[in-house]
Design a protein. Structure first.
Lengths: 239, 239
């Protein structure tokens, strides 16, 4: 009998220092057959202008995913939509991670210069095949990777606020090594890992992030047979 | 200077015993000006048939909320959509709770026979004005209540799996009293409260829920000035 498993997805984000809104958008949506997709976009510029861009990209993707459209088509459609509406003049990064219960895989779609970190049974690898940002060039496609939906698998995604953190003070992060170290320290708790990675990036920017920063962690882990509850927790500051 | 606050929203749900899917649908969506809406629907029947109903209701509501449509119009539109598509033959409950940063209120829309529990500064009240399920009668409207967005405020929402729990064994829950007691025990942690209420209901059904059960808790609480991170955590069993 196969081991019982669960998926935990955790996110943490902050806006650039002294802006009222993060320009990153990050949403999750239930898939028609019970899985879940996570969509992360970082719009060009910062603050409200970036938010408007990343928001239309994420809304388009989430709506299509909820209708059962396959991930590769969703990323293409999000690109086409942004390209049409902004005339090829603004770009965004787009990452989609789906827990697909039909193919029983993790489907990772990338249109970003930020790699996705994979830690499988303690072994680190990177999904860093070059991909193109959406919104600028006609016919942009995502780079898609499928991974088995098996424990223990961790994916770590982030926007470039993480890559750029500490650039001013020459304290940039070695994100892959740091993620593996923080994962070990957090005993596999995805929220603790996302929080810790974000905290390190903010510290590298001396407490005043120079860009919007978002981190997402997807964890496929064993579960107790009796734990059959679906849970969601959202927390955000309002003033 | 006003006190700094944050909002925490927690949900927990299980399906009826021996069904593969919960017929309840529960989603959260970011509002255009940075707030958040929680949408909960319970479709008539159970399992896949109920899921199909609650899912189209929640998808319609979430899409409109993300476009900035006001809550009262969203509930009417969700009704009209279900009424049209199912010819007035199937019903669903619908609850929407919005953290509205424009009006600075909690907006609670009800089309359900389940009351919403409010605990403000330790004082309990119920939003239980009679409302009509959506999908059956022409022109159905929600009952809407606006509450100030002030700490400490807790809202507890649930589907009728909670009200019906224990009916077979004459062990029904006094939900309002129980919620207040569990809130005190959980030190204001909304996930602990949602989990505890769900657990009591499952126990009243002797470990085999006779219906889908969903619980959602919205907490408006003070925050530490430095805690400006937006977080989301989802956890679900996949086999």
């Amino acid at each position: 009998m196969p081991e019982r498993i669960k998926v935990r997805v955790a996110t943490a984000k902050v806006g650039k220092y002294a802006t009222s809104e993060s320009g990153d958008s990050l949403e999750m949506v239930e898939r028609p057959h019970g899985g879940l997709s996570l969509v992360l976009a970082d719009g060009q510029r910062s603050g409200r202008a970036a938010k408007a861009i990343s928001n239309i990209v994420v809304r388009k993707a989430v709506t299509l995913l909820a209708e059962g459209v396959r991930d590769g088509a969703v990323a293409r459609a999000a690109h086409d939509y942004l390209f049409l509406h902004r005339g090829g003049k603004v770009s965004a990064t787009l990452n989609i991670v789906s827990i697909d219960l039909v193919s029983h895989t993790l489907v990772v779609s990338c249109n970003s210069h930020c790699p996705v970190i994979v830690v499988k049974d303690g072994h680190l690898s990177l999904l860093d095949e070059p991909s193109t940002l959406i919104g600028i060039y006609s016919g942009t496609k995502p780079v898609i990777t499928q991974l088995p939906l098996e424990p223990e698998t961790y994916l770590v995604l982030f926007t470039d606020g993480i890559l750029e953190a500490g650039r001013q003070s020459d304290r940039r992060l070695d994100v892959a090594t740091l993620a593996q170290e923080l994962l070990a320290n957090s005993a596999g708790n995805p929220q603790a890992l996302a929080d810790a990675l974000l905290e390190r990036a903010v510290a590298a920017d001396q407490g005043r992030p120079r860009d919007d920063i978002s981190v997402a962690v997807v964890a496929v882990v064993p579960r107790d047979e009796r734990d059959n509850v679906r849970r969601m927790l959202v927390s955000f500051p309002i003033r």
